[in-house]
Write a protein that binds this ligand. Structure first.
Ligand code: NOJ
Length: 762
């Protein structure tokens, strides 16, 4: 080179600099797209044709600590530096980003511009619909129809996925025995068996039969665990639950969700027996990931990691991070993982294993749903994938199935379509936003059909439909009563819609009273005083103690919040186009003083009776206003011929058959409910416990024989040693159309044996 002229050197030096820069950037680009092990896909993790576990291991081996921690962090929408976080590989998930364009932009930054190109999982609370809104979950459960619930969830998944959302924070599978708790609206009510069936249906609706590339949404069963047992029904409050009750009541719906393939679980806010759910190794590491074992990932609830400081189990947010990671919380929802985790690992305060385990779980879900292959929303679907007529049809179907007929004296319902005049009264009769319920996601009020609109379109054109609001839901003023009374007096029948505002239900909406808010009950009384027949339409997110109405009104429909098609669905029932079939998934107390009140209580040593010194109240009856499983029809059903036959081939399995007859003059649907009771056990057992149900369509006068298989799991319970077992001894089997008025048959369980925690498929 020394022989080169100065001129040549001047030429070559910049050239070699350019060559070096070029080769570095080629190498770097190679790193970015994954090198060249496989000509077509680059590194193994980009190859969709190899097993997911191998892809996970390959990707994990290439990740820096910072990139691993990035996957464990979930950020909320609207962050100024969101694009940069994505480019840096510092974010595993965003929640609440709903604009498909924004999802595309952020995903682009992650997939094209970050070193390893790991796509982001976009999550959202798609709770009971995305744009087309379905009945709130407690109403879904009132259908007792897992199939319509599964179908509704599938529609929600189609809509959400069309906009680029691939993860929903649903289903809420918390058993709720306290109507003061506002979040009772978000779950399937008080029963374990029904709760498991709904958990299964929702997970399957969102994800399909198996989590895979066809899954539009990843489900998230929440809030793990016993969040519904908050003391006093006060949201976020502590829960004291024995391990036996935990395993028998609060855990099984989560197990059902896991067995249905739920990809994720959200840990709860509360402290459980003194240990916050977000730092609870026993429930997360030992039970969920150990005993079951759950293969997906656990996300915290909103900033719940930081809240460990308030709980008093962490002195600062670094300690909170340490406790949550060690307990097994894999992803941190808007919390402090990104601030501390790297230092904690570098300083050896957190071993790398839980971090690797968390990242593996998160990556596995992303690979399984094909996010690496299809990271972007489909632009055509993003434009046209919402509120299709067939989606609204499913919503209307689900809504009318969710309506529970609580009372119908003198068969005042159904109304004739040709009735001359109807007064539609009440603060909820024409309120579009309220029909969407809590967690309305992207549902907008404009397309909602209110009760007033539904009645107008279902009644004959000659029917005069009058409307008066009467009062607001929480009003103390009676100034609107006069107008409502005039409308009532001019009508042949009054339909009055009362209850709660949607925003009074759901998260952080605990109430100490279960009465109708404001002056609504006074409005009902004033309208009844006109002497006109009055049909009450309840719209609410929790059981309400409507004692006065139950005593004085001839007809009451529980409609909860029914979603986009609310008004049409209620009109379908009011005019008899649909014969009501809903059943209560939760007990209605007479008074808040009875809470907690649920049908599957223990017998106690002194079962309640009219006698003194028994388990009762001195001022009100101990029985509820309306029982679990209760719901009338425009026809009447009778039960007979209950048979319980032990399976000759399998121990502790029974075939149960029962005849159900439609004794009325209208076709109808009855939900046949099967209950069991076992006395003489090693631990006290409930007075009855749901062990099966089946919706049956019956033409007028028709009888059908309905059969059930009682499996060892159905008969099992948790013994004092915390094992799931079947115990030999006498068994009472009961069947009927609600949890009361049952016919029964006795049999004997012959063999005691342990039972696996594997939930049967519904
Ligand atoms: C808090 C709620 O408890 C939870 O149910 C919800 O999914 C998250 N916030 C995200 O919105």
């Amino acid at each position: 080179m020394s022989s080169l002229s100065e001129g040549m050197k001047r030429l070559i030096e910049p050239l070699s600099f350019i060559i070096i820069v070029l080769s570095i950037s080629i190498a770097f680009a190679g790193e970015k797209i994954g090198g060249s092990q496989d000509k077509k896909f680059g590194y193994d993790y980009l190859n969709p044709n190899i097993p997911v576990d191998k892809r996970v291991e390959d990707l994990l081996s290439r990740m820096s600590l910072a990139e691993k921690i990035g996957q464990m962090c979930q950020y909320n929408a609207g962050m100024k530096n969101a694009g940069q976080l994505a480019r840096d590989g510092s974010v595993g998930s965003f929640l609440n980003v709903t604009d498909p364009g924004e999802i595309e932009r952020l995903q682009h930054a992650a997939v094209r511009d970050s070193r390893l190109g790991i796509p982001i999982l976009f999550g959202l609370d798609v709770i009971h619909g995305y744009s087309t809104i379905f009945p709130i979950p407690i109403a879904w459960a009132s259908t007792w129809n897992p199939e319509i619930v599964r179908e509704s969830a599938e529609v929600s998944a189609k809509e959400a996925c069309s906009q680029g959302v691939r993860w929903t924070f649903s289903p809420m599978v918390d058993i709720a025995r306290d109507p003061r708790w506002g979040r009772i609206a978000e779950g399937a009510g008080e029963d374990v068996y029904l709760g498991m069936a709904m958990a299964n249906a929702l997970v399957e609706g969102y994800q399909g039969r198996k989590l895979g590339p066809e899954s539009r949404l990843v489900a998230c069963a929440k809030h793990y665990v016993a969040y519904g047992a908050a003391a006093g029904g006060r949201d976020y409050n502590s829960a004291e639950v024995s391990e036996r009750t935990l395993r028998e009541v609060y855990l099984p719906p989560f197990k059902a969700a896991v067995d249905a393939g739920a990809g994720t679980i959200m840990s709860a806010f509360e402290d459980l027996n003194g240990v916050p759910a977000t730092a609870n190794s026993f429930t997360i590491r030992d039970i969920l990931k150990g005993e079951w074992p759950f293969k997906g990932f656990v996300v915290s609830d909103w900033d719940a990691v930081t809240e460990l400081i308030n709980h008093g189990v962490a002195c600062d947010s670094a300690e909170a991070v340490m406790k949550a990671v060690i307990a097994g919380v894999d992803m941190d929802m808007v919390g402090p993982y990104h601030d501390h985790l790297e230092v904690l690992v570098r300083e050896g305060k957190i071993p790398i294993e839980p971090v690797n385990d968390a990242v593996r779980r998160i990556l596995r879900i992303k690979f399984e749903i094909g996010l690496f292959e299809h990271p972007y929303p489909d632009p055509a679907m993003a434009k046209s994938g919402l509120m299709l007529p067939e989606y609204r049809k499913v919503s209307r179907e689900a809504a009318r199935e969710a309506i529970v007929l609580l009372k119908n004296d003198r068969n005042i319902l159904p109304l004739s379509r040709n009735i001359e005049s109807i007064a539609v009264i009440g603060p909820l009769a024409d309120s579009k936003p309220d029909m969407l319920g809590c967690w309305p996601c992207q549902g907008k009020p404009a397309p909602v059909v209110t009760l007033l609109a539904g009645i107008k379109s279902a009644a004959s054109p000659q029917t005069k439909v009058m409307y008066a609001e009467g009062c607001g839901v929480r009003d103390t003023s009676r100034s609107g009563f006069a107008e409502a009374i005039v409308a009532a007096k001019e009508s042949d029948v009054v339909v009055i819609a009362v209850g709660e505002r949607a925003e009074m239900t759901g998260e952080a909406e605990s109430r100490s009273s279960l009465d109708l808010p404001g002056v609504q009950e006074d409005l009902v009384k004033a309208i009844v005083a006109t002497g006109k027949p009055v049909v009450e339409i309840l719209m609410n997110g929790r059981p309400l103690s409507i004692n006065w109405s139950a005593e004085h009104l001839p007809a009451i429909l529980e409609t909860w919040f029914l979603g986009t098609e609310a008004g049409n669905a209620i009109a379908d029932v009011l005019f008899g186009n649909y014969n009501p079939s809903g059943k209560l998934p939760v007990t209605f107390p007479r008074s808040v003083g009875q809470v907690p009140i649920f049908y599957n209580h223990m017998n106690t040593g002194r079962p309640p009776s009219a006698e003194r010194f028994t388990s009762r109240y001195t001022d009100i009856p101990w029985t509820p206003l309306f029982s679990f499983g209760y719901g009338l029809s425009y026809t009447k059903f009778g039960f007979s011929e209950l048979n319980v036959i032990p399976d000759p081939g399998v121990k502790d399995r029974f075939l149960v058959t029962v005849d159900v007859t439609n004794e009325g003059k209208r076709d109808g649907i009855e939900t046949v409910q099967l209950y069991i009771r076992q006395d003489c056990a090693s631990v006290a057992r409930p007075v009855k416990q749901l062990a099966g149900f089946r919706r049956v369509e019956l033409a007028a006068g028709e009888t059908k024989t309905v059969s059930f298989i009682l499996t060892p799991y159905d008969l099992s319970f948790i013994n004092a040693g915390m094992e799931r077992v079947v115990e030999s001894g006498p068994l009472e089997v009961m069947a009927g159309g609600s949890s009361v008025d049952l016919i029964s048959k006795s049999t004997v369980i012959e063999k005691s044996m342990p039972v696996a925690e594997k939930v049967p498929i519904y």
